[in-house]
Structure formats: C-alpha cells, structure tokens
Design a protein around this ligand. Structure first.
Ligand code: ADP
Ligand code: MG
Length: 323
C-alpha cells in the first residue's frame, strides 16, 4: 500500500507546483471565498493552503488520505475530471506519501474540527481540534523520503516560477475568490474576490496593463466567449500571456490559442503575442476529456465553429481599435 502510494505519487506529484495545484483545486472545489497560499523555499520546505470552504467531515478525514477512497468525480462528462483526470482521489494520499503533511479541517454542518498528521504515508496523529471553518493543509519537506525525486528539483526560483504561474492563472479563472500568495513571507499576489476579472488582471500583470485590455464577447448556439485581450500597443514576445478558462476551469487548449493567434496575426506581426484571458462556457458534452491529464489539455467536439467564433470576435475587437 505504501509502495503503491509512492508510485502513484511519482505521477501526481512531479514538483512543488503539482502539490499547490492539487491543494488549491480542492480549496476551490470546496466553495471557498478566500484561499491563502504560503510557501517557503520554492515549496520544497513548506506549502500551506488555508481555505474557508465547507471542510472535510471529521469522520471522512482519514479516508480522504486513502487511495481511490473518495472522488468528487462521478461522470465522464464532469468537467472536474479534466483538471484532475487520472488523479481521481489520488492527490492527497500521493502528497502525504512523499511529505510531512498536516490537515486541520472544520466541516460546516457539524462544526467539528479534526487534525491529522501523516509522515511519509504513516498517520502519526489523528485527534479532535479547534479550528475556524475550512481546511488548513500544511505540506512540509516535500520529497524528503524520495531523494531521487528531490534531486530533480530545479533552483528555488524555477520552482517558485511554476507555482506563481499556476496561482496567477487560477486567480484569473476565479475572480470571485480572494487569493493571497506568499513566498518566504513576501506577498506576491493578492486578489480581492469581488468577481471583477480586470481587478485580477491588474493584480497579476499590473494596473497599467489592465488599463489597455479590450473586452471580447461573442456567442453562438453552443459556445459563449468572454474575456479580455490586450490592445495592439501592448504585445509580448511569447504566448505565455494567454490564459484560457473553460467552464470555470483553467485549462490549456491548442485550438483556442490557434484561433486567437490566427486573428491576432492577421493584424499584427507574427513575432508578437497578445496578453489575453479568454473564458469559454459550454455544455460539458462538447468537451473531449480523452487527453493528457497533467497538461490540462482539452479538445472540443465542434472545433471549427468554436475557432471561427473566437477568430471573428478577436478580429472585430482589434479591427475596431485600428479605425
Ligand atoms: P479528488 O479531489 O479527486 O476528489 P483529492 O485526493 O484531491 O481527490 O481529495 C480527496 C477528498 O478530500 C476530496 O474529494 C474532498 O472530499 C476532500 N477534500 C480535500 N481537500 C479539501 C478541502 N480543502 N476542502 C474540503 N474537502 C476537501
Ligand atoms: Mg483534488
């Protein structure tokens, strides 16, 4: 069982950013309105995620850390499955297998809190606790018992970069949640949770950037598109500034990127790229979940229609800018 956990952990927990992703996604899924993330040394010595969500029931807390014990995912059309495909109910046990983890959770309906400590997969404490509503997950000494994995970790700045990038995107995807992100005690991101996406863009990219974002909006029978794209005077040298959100989830989509860039490059030099946050809404049955999990890549069943919706909308917005 412990070995199985460590093997699973190798797939789920590639680096500190994978832990942050799983913990923050769980916090979001728990209906939280505030999520505080603190890390130290690029996440290798500490990752702590505190949320005010509905919590884990005291009687469920041990099972939450057992493999395949639980999963929020029930149908293949469930979009949750895209973000955590292959990790169904495996994230927490995998993380606990390769770190020293403490979970304190207070569940909404009972108001009861419990604290559990797991070190390298072994439960070393499991007791009642006092805690405010929500869940407080602390992951220390990641990979302390898997030296081979630890050896592959890059410089602290590199690991921090991956984590920071992920948190920026998840904050952009959830403007209604107030996120705070600290590294070694320094606040790197703070969003207000007002639901205003431009405010999050300002927090992530700076207020001058937020000022030059143009709203994009369009829909057809199947897809709804809204978001922001930067004015032509604010372009970038790479496509790293493109964030795609599908049904409330931050994902990667080659098709959406292509459509956006196709439109953008009919008007602007091909070595320049926009900053863009695009949100798509659709029926989950229009999503193909049969793609690689860790990349968060998705495919759409009526891709040509979706592409032209995006292309046309972006051309319209940028074209209006030119005249
Ligand atoms: P999954 O998210 O695929 O269900 P996880 O291993 O990430 O699997 O989490 C296991 C379970 O623990 C979740 O299904 C959820 O019920 C519970 N859980 C984990 N984190 C939280 C949290 N922050 N708030 C509430 N429940 C949580
Ligand atoms: Mg999860």
């Amino acid at each position: 069982e412990q070995l199985a956990n460590q093997i699973a952990a190798g797939e789920v927990v590639e680096r500190p950013a994978s832990v942050v992703k799983e913990l923050v996604e769980n916090a979001v899924d728990a209906g939280s309105t505030t999520v505080d993330i603190s890390i130290e040394e690029g996440g290798l010595s500490l990752i702590r995620v505190i949320d005010n969500g509905f919590g884990i029931e005291a009687s469920d807390i041990v099972t939450a850390f057992q493999r395949h014990a639980t999963s929020k995912i029930s149908t293949s059309s469930d979009l949750f499955r895209i973000a955590s495909l292959g990790f169904r109910g495996e994230a927490l046990p995998s993380i606990a297998a390769v770190s020293r983890l403490q979970c304190i959770s207070s569940e909404t309906t009972t108001g009861l809190a419990r604290r559990i400590v797991i070190e390298g997969g072994n439960v070393t404490a499991d007791e009642p606790a006092n805690a405010p509503q929500g869940t407080d997950m602390t992951v220390r000494d990641l990979f302390y018992n898997t030296p081979a994995r630890l050896k592959y970790m890059k410089a602290i700045q590199t690991e921090l970069g991956h984590i920071s990038d992920y948190i920026n995107r998840i904050a952009l995807a959830h403007p209604g949640i107030a996120f705070t992100f600290k590294h070694n005690g320094n606040v790197l991101l703070r969003t207000l949770g007002t639901g205003d996406r431009l405010q999050v863009i300002a927090a992530v990219y700076g207020s001058n950037t937020a000022k030059v974002m143009l709203p994009v909006e369009a829909e057809n029978a199947d897809y709804e598109l809204r978001g922001f794209i930067s004015k032509p005077e604010l372009t970038r040298a790479n496509r790293g500034g493109i964030t795609v959100i599908v049904n409330g989830r931050y994902i990667r989509s080659h098709a959406v990127n292509q459509a956006l860039l196709q439109a953008f490059h009919t008007l602007l030099p091909i070595n320049r790229f926009p900053l863009a946050v695009l949100e798509l809404g659709m029926h989950p049955s229009l999503l193909d979940v049969n793609v690689h999990p860790s990349k968060m890549e998705v495919r759409f069943s009526m891709e040509p229609e979706l592409r032209s919706l995006i292309e046309d909308a972006v051309k319209r917005v940028l074209g209006r800018q030119r005249h």
